[in-house]
Design a protein around this ligand. Sequence first.
Ligand code: GLY
Ligand code: MN
Ligand code: MN
Length: 312
Amino acid sequence: MLAAGARGRAIHGLDPDVDAAIAPGGGELSRTIAKMRLVKDEHELTLLRQTAADTVTAFEALAAALPAAVTSGEAHLEGVFLQHARTLGHGPAYNPVVGAGEHATVLHWMRNDGHVREDDLVLIDAGIEGRERYAADVTRTFPASGTFSPEQRAVYDLVFAAQETALALVRPGVTLRDLHTAAVKVIAAGLRRLGVLTDRVAGGLPDEQVVMRWMPHGIGHMLGIDVHDCLAVAAEAATIPLEAGHVITVEPGVYLSPYDTLVPAHFRGIGVRIEDDIVVTPYGHDNLTAALPRSSDAVERWLASLDMRSAA
Ligand code: GLY
Ligand code: MN
Ligand code: MN
């Protein structure tokens, strides 16, 4: 009956045969509801602002906890985040990712049980789900020592430049795909400059395609009551023009696996993502997580100021 497209209502999650018969991404009802949920109203924006602000507070605690994590590992940082998620909000919006060193190159490292070494980058992707269940979704990549090595800084600055380029484009009428294309161009040019992407590696394929090896995800997604909001229309959401009231993430990344022999040895094992939560406004956008430093210099200055505070 379902296969023949019978009209009716099916309940997910009770019978595997029924689930298998329902079109992936849900039926017409869930698609219609997802479309209705794309534009957030003022009340929803207030809730999203609050959970983003609480997630910023959690990241401040995470940054301050980096020295302790060098002794006790990734799990320490996961614990700091979960405590904030549970006391400021309802809990984590998704399994937090705490990836130090080569774990930062794994999408998505969720074991969070590794060591944090002094010279590691630590990638933390974590968001609080507020008490009314609206989500934040934030990533910062910190040098555990407080200072980037030259190689780490080169990759970090490239991801930052890609995010700046994408953010500058966010306004009504632009699509998530436009943002993705623009960011990937910056990453491709940067990886060429660093000698990671060469003609030999590209083997005649377009740079934008080869870059998928090192950024195997999209630039972002809708954010709302679900962390990947309006999932039933996610495919279309990449190409529908953004409107005021849409809330998206902008999250470029570069992940250079320690096992990737195409990558020059000194860049292997470096993973960076920077992710912010962005409201589309009538004439541009508003970054809900702008209070967290993003550029490499600002991150270093911020970590130094936290160190001084904990020493005082
Ligand atoms: N934390 C999941 C994501 O960034 O999409
Ligand atoms: Mn994320
Ligand atoms: Mn995300």
